[in-house]
Design a protein around this ligand. Structure first.
Ligand code: GLY
Ligand code: MN
Ligand code: MN
Length: 481
C-alpha cells in the first residue's frame, strides 16, 4: 500500500494524527494476537481488612459528605522523563494500593455510611492503539492490573478513573478533597470545596494515622530490621585506614533499601566529620576518614511504604576518641531519658523535655552557659544553639508522619498505645563556633530510634542496632572480625 490518502476510515484516522506515521497495516497488526492474561484467582492483599476498617473510621467522621482522596500523578523530571512515582500516603493508607493517577472516592449512602470506590486506570486499550502508541502505554511502562483484578486485590469496587471528572461534576452535596495531588480532581470540584473544609479533612486524615494498627506495626518492624541490615552493610564498606566517600555510604545503604524495601524513606544523611553538624546534610559529597565520626541517618521504606528513621553516629575506625565519647555519652544519656519518658498517658512533649534537660545539664557542666544555672539556661532555651532540633516526631507512612494533625492531638496531645515515634536528641558543635572548646568544634552526634508506645510502656523497634558507645564499638568490631 502507498501513502496515497484515500477515504477509508483507517486513513481518516491516520490523517487526524492518531497513528502518527504508523502504517494502517502495522496499526491493525498491533491490535491482534495477544493472549488473555486476566488473572482470575487473585486473593485480597493482606492489608485489605485493615484498609476497610480505616475507611470505615474515616466514613464515620464525615457522614453525608463526598470524600475524595487522590493518589496523585507522576511528576515530570525533564521533558518526557518522570520522577519515580510515590502515591499520597493517605491514599495508600485507605486502599493499600500504589497506582498512579488513582483516586479513592467515598460516596455517601442514603442509608448512612459511604460506598468506597477506587477510580483507577484500566488496562490500556489495544483497539485504539493506546497500548503501544501512548508513550506511557502498557507496552512501554509495563502491565497494569485490570479493574476486576484490582477489585479482587483491594476488596472494593473499581471504576475507570477517566470517568471521574464527570462523576465529580455531577455530584451534589458537601464535598471534601485531599488537595495538592490531582489537578484534574481539583478543577472538577473547584467551585464546591473550600480551603477551610479541606484543611479539616487533611487534619482528620493525619489524625486517623496517629495510632497504628497491627499491620502497620509489623511493617514498621520490618522496615527497622531492614534498616539495621543496611547499617551493617555500611560498616562493612567503611575503610579503617583509607577514606570512604559519603556517596559510597549512601549507595550501600540504598542498595539494601531497594533489595528489601521500596526505596529509602527520605534522603539519607551520610555526614562525616563536621558535616554531621549540618542537620540536613544530603549532598553526601565528602569522605569519612579514620578518626572521624560518621553520622548516618537513614531508613528503609518497606514495599508497603512504611519507613524506618534511624540514626547512628559511628567512629569510622571503630573507636571513639575521648572527646567524641564525651559528647556521645551526653547524647546517649539524653536519649535514654527521652525513651524512658515514652509511654501511654504521657504527654507528647515529655520525652522532648526529658532529653533536652539532660543535654542542658551536660552543656552546663562543660561551662557553656557561663555562670547561668541549668534552670536558667533551660528556661531561656540557650541549649538550642547546640541541640538545634526537636527531639522526635511521629513515624509511619511518612517519615514525619501525621504532620497535619491538630496541635492539641499531636504536640500538645497525649501518647497512646500503638503510636510510633522517633526519639533523636543530638549535639552539634559547628566547626566555626568560638563559644565552645576547640576540641568540640566540628563534632556532631545524634542517636535516633523508633519507639512503639505499648500498653505498659514502650518498645524500641530499632533495638537491633547498638546505642551505647561501648556497644557500638563492640558491634563494629564484631562486624569487621
Ligand atoms: N531523617 C529525618 C529525621 O530524622 O527527622
Ligand atoms: Mn527523625
Ligand atoms: Mn532521622
Amino acid at each position: 500500500m502507498t501513502d496515497e490518502p484515500d477515504e477509508t476510515d483507517e486513513n481518516k484516522t491516520r490523517k487526524n494524527g492518531l497513528y502518527g506515521g504508523v502504517s494502517a497495516e502495522l496499526a491493525a497488526n498491533m491490535k491482534e494476537g495477544w493472549a488473555d492474561t486476566e488473572r482470575r484467582h487473585l486473593q485480597p492483599i493482606t492489608q485489605a481488612p485493615h484498609t476497610a476498617r480505616r475507611r470505615a473510621a474515616l466514613s464515620a467522621l464525615f457522614p453525608g459528605e463526598l470524600l475524595v482522596i487522590p493518589a496523585g500523578n507522576p511528576k515530570v523530571r525533564s521533558n518526557d522523563t518522570n520522577y519515580p512515582f510515590r502515591p499520597s500516603s493517605d491514599y495508600v493508607y485507605l486502599t493499600g494500593d500504589q497506582s498512579q493517577d488513582a483516586v479513592l472516592v467515598l460516596e455517601p449512602r442514603e442509608a448512612g455510611g459511604h460506598q468506597a470506590l477506587a477510580y483507577l486506570l484500566p488496562r490500556s486499550d489495544r483497539e485504539s492503539g493506546e497500548f503501544w502508541l501512548d508513550y506511557h502505554g502498557e507496552l512501554w511502562d509495563g502491565r497494569r492490573n485490570s479493574l476486576t483484578e484490582n477489585e479482587r486485590l483491594l476488596g472494593l469496587p473499581c471504576r475507570d478513573v477517566r470517568t471521574l471528572p464527570r462523576r465529580l461534576a455531577e455530584a451534589s452535596g458537601p464535598v471534601r478533597l485531599l488537595c495538592g495531588y490531582d489537578a484534574e480532581a481539583e478543577a472538577a470540584l473547584s467551585d464546591r470545596v473550600t480551603t477551610e473544609r479541606n484543611i479539616e479533612f487533611r487534619a482528620a486524615l493525619s489524625e486517623l494515622r496517629l495510632v497504628k494498627d497491627e499491620f502497620e506495626i509489623e511493617d514498621l518492624r520490618h522496615a527497622c530490621r531492614a534498616t539495621a541490615r543496611g547499617f551493617e552493610d555500611v560498616v562493612a564498606v567503611l575503610g579503617t585506614d583509607t577514606p570512604t566517600p559519603e556517596r559510597v555510604v549512601e549507595g550501600t545503604f540504598w542498595m539494601r533499601a531497594r533489595i528489601e524495601g521500596n526505596d529509602v524513606g527520605y534522603a539519607s544523611v551520610c555526614a562525616a566529620g563536621s558535616h554531621a553538624t549540618t542537620l540536613h546534610w544530603v549532598r553526601n559529597d565528602g569522605e569519612a576518614r579514620p578518626g572521624d565520626l560518621l553520622l548516618l541517618d537513614a531508613g528503609v521504606e518497606s514495599r508497603d511504604l512504611y519507613t524506618a528513621d534511624i540514626t547512628r553516629t559511628l567512629p569510622v575506625d571503630g573507636r571513639f576518641t575521648p572527646v567524641q565519647r564525651q559528647v556521645y555519652d551526653a547524647v546517649y544519656a539524653a536519649q535514654s531519658a527521652g525513651i524512658a519518658a515514652v509511654g501511654p498517658g504521657a504527654k507528647y512533649r515529655d520525652f522532648h523535655h526529658a532529653a533536652q534537660r539532660v543535654l542542658t545539664e551536660h552543656l552546663a557542666a562543660w561551662g557553656l552557659f557561663g555562670g547561668r544555672s541549668v534552670d536558667e539556661a533551660y528556661e531561656l532555651g540557650l541549649f538550642r544553639r547546640w541541640t538545634l532540633a526537636g527531639t522526635g516526631h511521629m513515624l509511619g507512612l511518612d517519615v514525619h508522619d501525621c504532620a497535619k494533625a491538630r496541635t492539641e492531638l499531636y504536640v500538645d496531645g497525649t501518647l497512646a498505645a500503638g503510636m510510633v515515634l522517633t526519639v533523636e536528641p543530638g549535639l552539634y558543635f559547628q566547626p566555626d563556633d568560638l563559644t565552645v572548646p576547640e576540641e568540640f568544634r566540628g563534632i556532631g552526634v545524634r542517636i535516633e530510634d523508633d519507639i512503639l508506645v505499648t500498653e505498659d510502656g514502650n518498645e524500641n523497634l530499632s533495638a537491633a542496632l547498638p546505642r551505647s558507645a561501648d556497644d557500638v564499638e563492640a558491634w563494629m568490631a564484631r562486624l569487621r572480625s
